[in-house]
Each structure stands twice: as structure tokens, then as C-alpha cells.
Design a protein around this ligand. Structure first.
Ligand code: AMP
Length: 394
């Protein structure tokens, strides 16, 4: 599946509707606390502008749930965008309707308009055809550069492609290329490291990757469901009881395929889920009944790091422990460091592992940090994302 990109279209003099992800964090005074997502969209925006086009940008922000709520308007985004682009950006008060159409009709080549929050209309998330058609009627070409929402079949990511020729922006292109290559033709050894708490979000990824990887490493809260399936007593550690038997099946499948399946051999246990808990290092067969394991132990870190050293392609999704609390952050830090030092193609899924890598200062040493948590998981599950499916093939 090779999708056309902005470079495959003649955009001169055209109106180009670009779905971006400007869902930025704001403080209580509506100041943007992290503008990474706006900066990340600049290469696509600048490229389209250089073609002599008119750009119409659209995004969601927060969860207004289909209603106009001013605390979710895109005014702070427009302000930041003007500063970054050093040019005027006309921010409209809606994303469809007569006033929007009139403003777009009077655009000149090189102008930029930012539409109001798409999610002020419930039809965005229900992927309503009429709403998608109204958005599409504003332009000649559609560009999707919002990977993080591409796993959702919304009007602005999926519906709109029924009515306009659609292509990928540079951000989306990189996501598809890097993760697509890892899945279809990885340099070997190829290993996947999965962590985090929600087993049910990641079993699909494990199932898909079992057919592709050479080794699977499981850490974080997920590991205890697998350890339980192996018969270990895991005390009060987090477990998904409904997935214990599936975890056992997955390990059996890995074994039958000759895939290495690494689980923690030692852990950091705590007497409560708190920063000031009493902690100790124990082997996985010695987890006290009323304690919980909140990080991988030093022997496990070392074993995981040794496996990482051998790899040529690494996909990582989910922290190795409760990295938000200092006493349980070391396992995640050590894995991030091992990836950074590996010299392999390193792909970090969005969400918490991306946040950890950024916070711990390793971001610049990764090949690719995905901009989408849920979207990258679904991509790695082998699903065709609705926001990618409708784009033109080449
Ligand atoms: P997920 O959304 O599934 O990627 O889970 C991320 C969350 O998992 C983070 O907030 C971590 O604090 C949490 N987590 C990681 N390891 C553990 C653990 N051993 N016990 C409980 N929570 C964990």
C-alpha cells in the first residue's frame, strides 16, 4: 500500500484542505504549554504554500463532544501559528457554512485559513456524509497530516476522502514509511518491546508481531498477566484476569514459532502504589502477597538491554514501570537508553513511551517517535487505518 503524498499533486492555485493535529495542551489561561504538534505540521504547510496554493487548515482540540464550547476554540492555536509562520492566519468561527464559504472564496494564493474546532459539530465524530461533503466542498485537494487521529473514521479523516482526492502530508508519510517498513521488510534481528498497563490494548499487536519478530520483550504492568499465566504468584500487581489464558496461548505460539519471549526475572516491589512506598528488589517467584511490582528489576534491565544490543530493528510501546514516579522510572530509563545506544532502527510508539523518551532526554537519538498512541498501536496490529485507506494509491 503506497499512498500518494503532497509531492504527487499539482497544487498551484488550488485550495488545499489539510487535516492537522493541533490538539495541543493548554494551561488554565489557555496558553499553549507544548507546541510540538503545531511545529510538526510546519513542513507540510510550508511546502503547500510554496506551491502557490491556498491552505485551509482543520483540527480538533479536546473533547467538546459535538457542542460549541469556547474553552475549546482554536484561537490560541491561530496565535501560535501566526508567530511560527510569521504571516497572517485568518481564524474562522466555524468549519462549515456560508460565512466560511464566503471567506474561502475571497482567498488569494499563499493565504492561510484555520477553521474552528471540528468537534464543535457532532457530525465530525459520527463521520456524517453531509458534514464530510460540506468540508470537502471548501477545497480542491485534501491532505491528511494528522496520524494521531487516523485510526478514527471521522468526517475530517475518512468521510472527506469520498468527495475529494486525498494525499498524505509529510508527517503521515513518515509514519507510514517507517512503521510500514518495520512490518513488511525489517532489518533483522527485529524485536518488539511492549509494556504499559492495558493488556487488552496490546494483545492485537502481540498477535500480529508474533509472525514478524525474532524476539518479544514484555515489561511494565502487562508482564504480570503473562507471569500469572506461567503460574507465578504476583501479589497485588496489576493483572488482567480475563486475558491470562490468552497470554498463555500467545507464549505457546511464540515458543512453537521459535521466537524468544522475554519476561521480567526480577522486579521492584512496593508496599503501596505511591512515591514514598517501601520498596525492595525481588525475583519474580518471590513477590510478597500484599505487595505490587511497579518496575522491572536490575537483572531484567540488563537482560533486556543485552537483547536490544543484538537488534537491527526495534519497536517499543509502553513503559517498563510506573515511570511517572521516580522510584519506578529506572527500568523505563534503562530501556530508552539501550534503544538510544543500539544503532538499530528504533521506533517508539506514541503515548506514554514517547512521553518518557522525551522527558528522559533520548528523543533525538530515536529513528522515529510516532505522533499517535492509539493510531500506532492499530498500525502495528496490521489494521488499515481509516484515515489512510481513503488516500490515493500510487
Ligand atoms: P498504557 O496506557 O497501557 O501504555 O499504560 C501506561 C501506564 O502503565 C503508565 O501510566 C504506567 O504508569 C503504567 N504502568 C507501567 N507499569 C506498571 C506496573 N507495573 N503497575 C501498574 N502500572 C504500570
Amino acid at each position: 500500500m503506497v499512498k500518494a503524498t503532497v509531492k504527487d499533486m499539482d497544487m498551484k492555485g488550488k485550495r488545499v484542505l489539510v487535516r492537522v493535529d493541533f490538539n495541543v495542551p493548554l494551561d488554565g489561561n489557555r496558553n499553549i504549554t507544548d507546541d510540538t504538534r503545531i511545529r510538526a505540521a510546519l513542513p507540510t504547510i510550508k511546502y503547500i504554500l510554496d506551491q502557490g496554493s491556498k491552505i485551509i487548515l482543520m483540527s480538533h482540540l479536546g473533547r467538546p463532544k459535538g457542542q460549541r464550547k469556547e474553552e475549546f476554540n482554536l484561537d490560541p492555536v491561530a496565535k501560535r501559528l501566526r508567530e511560527l509562520l510569521k504571516q497572517p492566519v485568518l481564524k474562522l468561527n466555524d468549519c462549515i457554512g456560508e460565512d466560511v464559504e464566503a471567506k474561502i472564496a475571497s482567498m488569494k494564493d499563499g493565504d492561510i485559513i484555520l477553521l474552528e474546532n471540528l468537534r464543535f459539530h457532532k457530525e465530525e465524530e459520527t463521520n456524517d456524509d453531509e458534514f464530510a461533503k460540506a468540508l470537502a466542498s471548501l477545497a480542491d485537494i485534501y491532505v491528511n497530516d494528522a496520524f494521531g487521529t487516523s485510526h478514527r473514521a471521522h468526517a475530517s479523516t475518512s468521510g472527506v476522502t469520498k468527495f475529494l482526492p486525498g494525499v498524505a502530508g509529510f508527517l503521515l508519510k513518515k509514519e507510514i514509511e517507517v512503521m510500514g517498513k518495520a512490518l513488511s521488510a525489517p532489518e533483522r534481528p527485529f524485536i518488539a518491546i511492549l509494556g504499559g498497563a492495558k493488556v487488552k490494548d496490546k494483545v492485537g499487536v502481540i498477535s500480529n508481531l508474533i509472525d514478524k519478530v525474532d524476539s518479544l520483550i514484555i515489561g511494565g504492568g502487562m508482564a504480570y498477566t503473562f507471569l500469572k499465566a506461567k503460574g507465578f504468584e504476583i501479589g497485588e500487581s496489576i493483572v488482567d484476569s480475563e486475558k491470562v489464558s490468552l497470554a498463555g496461548d500467545l507464549m505457546e505460539k511464540a515458543e512453537n514459532k521459535g521466537i524468544k519471549f522475554l519476561l521480567p526475572v526480577d522486579v521492584i516491589v512496593a508496599d503501596k502504589f505511591a512515591e514514598d512506598a517501601v520498596v525492595k528488589i525481588v525475583g519474580v517467584s518471590e513477590i510478597p502477597r500484599t505487595w505490587q511490582a511497579l518496575d522491572i528489576g536490575p537483572e531484567t534491565r540488563e537482560r533486556f538491554a543485552q537483547e536490544i544490543k543484538k537488534a537491527k530493528t526495534i519497536v517499543w510501546n509502553g513503559p517498563m514501570g510506573v515511570f511517572e514516579m521516580k522510584p519506578f522510572a529506572e527500568g523505563t530509563r534503562k530501556i530508552a537508553e539501550a534503544l538510544a545506544d543500539s544503532g538499530a532502527v528504533t521506533i517508539v510508539g506514541g503515548g506514554d513511551s514517547a512521553a518518557a523518551v522525551l522527558e528522559m532526554g533520548f528523543a533525538g537519538r530515536m529513528t522515529h517517535i510516532s505522533t499517535g498512541g492509539g493510531a500506532s498501536l492499530e498500525f502495528l496490529e496490521g489494521k488499515v487505518l481509516p484515515g489512510i485507506e481513503g488516500l490515493k494509491d500510487i
